[in-house]
Design a protein around this ligand. Structure first.
Ligand code: GDD
Ligand code: MN
Length: 416
């Protein structure tokens, strides 16, 4: 029996505590039983990918949670009739349901509308374009049944990655993440891959909080508004698209920034700071600070040696001194401050990569330092108190450097 199209829910984007108990009409009208997992597959012009992804997903889930899941494909009235093609597949795959949206558009709201119509107690999402290896699905589900409230497929845990991304794309992706770490540290810093669009969440963790996403990154919204105990991360390799095209344009980058600002302003400075305060790694930060002080001593000593003792020019001496200090700081941080996070990534290649990232962060930190100093001195203190302005700039940049090193450069979350 062909499943009827699901009617897109309207009203606020809020998930109810209880499953939707959707009723099927048609000759053998039944009320769908609740299921464990509802997996949303958002689509826009994915007609060539849909048969394959649905087949792969059903094959996996039929073995793992037979009859205890549903797939909800949410299509935004694609010109290539993705929804219609999907609809014809429901004969063969009774677990598949299709929602065709005509009034509303956009990836994030598509996912939430799908969850609103869902009968499951675990809510998930996966891209339709086969860019995520589907077998990771089972790992995500296992993580949830093992007790996690949120399980994220991450490209930044051991074993994860992106396949053929250009340097520019990697740079943009990481840049976006760093921006997020500054604007919304409590949200973006909670997982290693906040940009992931492949995850599962317990209904109870996000129910009854109105969601208000903007653009593509629904996971940000989920983390920002939900309530989680344990969060699990599973390694994900982002494959290249074989059929169809990505819908990402520059617009999504601006929407992402808008989304961050919205999350920031709606979560309130104090509420969010409390969250950060609770999980702030004081010991680690103190170690980082001590390493910084050692760096100053190294820098001074080399400068003295090269400039005063050997008579080398000041700029050259300072550059060598600073770079030596960076190298020394790196070694201390790698073997002390973040030693526990290095895990199995101890090979020379990994170490070198971390050193380059650390170095880049230090250089970026210097720019930020000059920028914040100017900001505080010229704008906030009205050209008064230059040394206080400098102290604040140094403090803020130290915090920023620490945060980026901790959350990005050394982070190699072990895959669960
Ligand atoms: N319903 C609906 N409406 N679906 C959409 C829309 C839309 O406006 N835009 C995109 N999609 C669907 C696509 O058809 C695809 O199945 C999925 O959302 C991801 O879109 P892509 O255009 O392929 O994006 P990507 O390859 O850059 O993916 C990146 O962003 C995704 C979304 O956050 C990656 O980070 C993914 O992991 C992530 O899922
Ligand atoms: Mn894609």
């Amino acid at each position: 029996m062909t499943n009827l199209l699901l009617t897109p829910p309207t009203g606020p984007l809020e998930i109810s505590r209880q499953p939707a108990y959707r009723t099927q009409s048609g000759p053998q009208a039944t009320t769908d039983a609740t299921v464990m997992l509802s997996l949303i597959v958002p689509t826009y012009n994915e007609s060539n990918n849909v048969p394959k992804i649905i087949e792969q997903l059903t094959q996996l889930l039929d073995n793992f949670v037979p009859e205890n899941y549903e797939l909800i494909l949410v299509d935004d009235n694609s010109p290539d009739f993705t929804w219609q093609i999907a609809q014809t597949l429901t004969d063969k795959y009774p677990q598949l349901h299709v929602m065709r949206r005509e009034a509303e558009k956009g990836l994030s709201s598509a996912v939430i509308r799908g969850w609103q119509a869902a009968n499951g107690s675990v809510l998930g999402v996966i891209d339709a374009d086969l860019q995520h290896p589907p077998e990771i699905l089972l790992k995500l589900l296992s993580a949830i049944t093992d007790g996690a409230d949120l399980a994220v497929a991450s490209r930044h845990v051991e074993g994860g990655g992106v396949s053929d991304w250009s340097v520019i794309r990697r740079f943009l992706s990481r840049g976006a993440q760093i921006l997020g770490l500054i604007v919304c540290p409590a949200v973006v810093g909670r997982v290693s891959d906040p940009m992931s669009g492949f995850f599962m969440v317990r209904r109870s963790a996000i129910a009854s909080h109105p969601l208000n996403p903007l653009g593509y990154k629904i996971l940000l919204e989920v983390i920002g508004r939900g309530q989680f105990g344990e969060i699990a991360e599973v390694c994900d390799v982002f494959l290249e698209r074989e059929e169809g095209e990505s819908k990402v344009t520059w617009k999504q980058y601006f929407e992402y920034i808008g989304h961050l600002v919205r999350l920031r302003s709606q979560s309130g400075l104090i509420g969010n700071l409390n969250h950060v305060k609770k999980s702030f790694p004081t010991r680690r930060f103190i170690r980082y600070g001590i390493v910084g002080l050692i760096g100053i001593v190294v820098d001074m000593a080399i400068l003295f040696l090269l400039h005063s003792a050997l008579g080398i020019g000041l700029t050259t001496s300072k550059l060598i001194a600073a770079e030596t200090a960076i190298l020394s700081n790196f070694l201390w941080n790698d073997s002390w401050t973040f030693a526990d996070m290095v895990g199995r990534q101890t090979g020379l290649g990994h170490r070198l990569k971390r050193l380059l990232k650390f170095n880049a962060t230090c250089v970026a930190g210097l720019f930020l330092d000059v920028l914040t100093l100017n900001l505080f001195f010229n704008i906030i203190f009205a050209q008064n108190l230059p040394y206080l302005a400098n102290l604040i700039a140094i403090g803020l940049v130290a915090l920023w450097n620490f945060w980026v090193n901790w959350k990005l450069n050394w982070r190699v979350t072990a895959a669960s």
